[in-house]
Design a protein around this ligand. Structure first.
Ligand SMILES: *Cc1c(COP(=O)(O)O)cnc(C)c1O
Length: 396
């Protein structure tokens, strides 16, 4: 079947919630994808910042196959070894206290919100607390996650959503202060805003929010779903600032392609929030997903993935800065590590993404006018050169 027929057949049965690009991918190898007609693409999108190890990274597939042969699911009524190992590695990498595994980023957000609410409920002896979230944030599509997502267009059709949510401006400490009341139990934000257009938190802002939270016993939830797992050159972006969250959410690259997320609590919240019966999941933490998480951490350590990102970041930034300097429509670059955005002006960013696809380079957009570059973390200088060459043609 040719690609057009495959796309038509897909639209016949799959609910049309995405305007997909006209390509059917068949397999991947390294940092390349191949469509069903055998054409090769350089992947600087990584399945939206998920495939940090690219495709068929040495040791990864083998670990998954081994786990399939043993056990894929057992429920949370029993213990399983991969969950124990994955939990220990996640807690160790974050220097936090306890982890709860979920199936997605959205579910990690749900759990984080519940943990914060429960903490305040135990402390105050009553519910009805408020949460402060950021404008232009993205935390997911479920009702709870949508309630703290700072995008009116995503939220409006589904209102009324969860009550008690107030929005402040990211990187504006005064606007956060203005939303704090006696009822505030949590402040939630991405350490680096992703979907909203690749905005890293400013140091003074993050430190200021942390100080506010300490002063008023407010839970700081940092969403590391996109910017975590090495993307900024640190396991978690907040480690670059030395500002610790009370709760952190992970997903995307946590399993490098296997659907898995987690929320991770510091000791204070872990000891005084969710208790048996308060939260649960059938699939979450299943041995198959956790075997992936466990192997991902092993590979990151063995092959020094964080060091690689740190070493190559200046080169990636230099190549992108050259494009910004050269092309009128590329207005600015911002980002951290391998999470970079180029602001596109005077033409739709979608047009640049489409052109790149035609030239066999995968990049994506963020916000209304940002070209998002979130490659696998294992790219080489040569891959960066090739990306820059193609983008150079696309921006011309
Ligand atoms: C992708 C994303 C989510 C949602 O994760 P899903 O796995 O799609 O549910 C939440 N927060 C951030 C920052 C994300 O990038």
């Amino acid at each position: 079947m040719n690609m057009n027929n495959q796309m038509e057949e897909s639209e016949a049965s799959i609910l049309h919630t995405y305007n997909r690009f006209p390509v059917v991918f068949d397999h991947g190898e390294g940092v390349h994808l191949y469509d069903s007609e055998g054409k090769k693409y350089l992947d600087f999108a990584a399945g939206i910042a998920v495939n940090s190890l690219g495709y068929h990274y040495p040791g990864y597939d083998e670990a998954l196959k081994e786990q399939i042969d043993k056990l894929t699911h057992i429920s949370n009524l029993y213990y399983n070894e991969p969950m124990t190992e994955a939990g220990a590695k996640l807690v160790n990498a974050s220097r936090m206290d306890k982890a709860f595994f979920t199936n997605s980023g959205t579910e990690a957000i749900e759990g984080a919100l519940k943990a914060a609410k429960k903490y305040a409920y135990i402390r105050d002896g009553h519910a009805d607390h408020e949460i402060i979230a950021m404008n232009h944030s993205f935390h997911g599509r479920s009702i709870g996650a949508l309630s703290v997502t700072g995008n009116a267009h995503y939220r409006e059709p589904f209102e009324p959503l969860m009550g008690g949510v107030k929005f402040a401006d990211f990187n504006d400490l005064d606007s956060v202060k203005a939303q704090i009341t006696d009822k505030t139990c949590a402040i939630i934000m991405e350490t680096v805003q992703g979907e909203g257009g690749i905005y890293p938190a400013e140091r003074e802002f993050l430190e200021g929010v942390r100080a506010l939270c300490d002063e008023k016993d407010i839970i700081l939830i940092l969403d590391e779903i996109q910017c975590g797992m090495g993307r900024t050159g640190y396991y978690f972006a907040w480690q670059a600032y030395g500002v610790q969250p009370d709760i952190m959410t992970c997903a995307k690259a946590l399993g490098c392609g296997v659907p898995v997320g987690a929320f991770v609590l510091n000791k204070k919240v872990a000891q005084a929030s969710l208790k048996p019966g308060d939260h649960g999941t059938t699939y979450g933490g299943n041995p198959f997903a956790c075997a992936a998480v466990s192997k991902v951490f092993d590979i990151y350590e063995r092959d020094m993935i964080l060091t690689h990102v740190q070493e190559l970041t200046p080169y990636l930034e230099k190549k992108l800065d050259e494009l910004v300097a050269k092309h009128e429509c590329a207005a600015a670059r911002r980002g951290m590590g391998f999470m970079q955005g180029i602001v596109i002006q005077g033409r739709p960013v979608g047009e640049v993404v489409k052109k790149a696809l035609e030239k066999k380079l995968l990049v994506i957009s963020a916000g209304s006018d940002v070209l998002r570059i979130v490659p696998p973390l294992v790219i080489t200088k040569a891959d960066i050169d090739e990306m820059a060459e193609i983008l150079d043609e696309c921006l011309a």
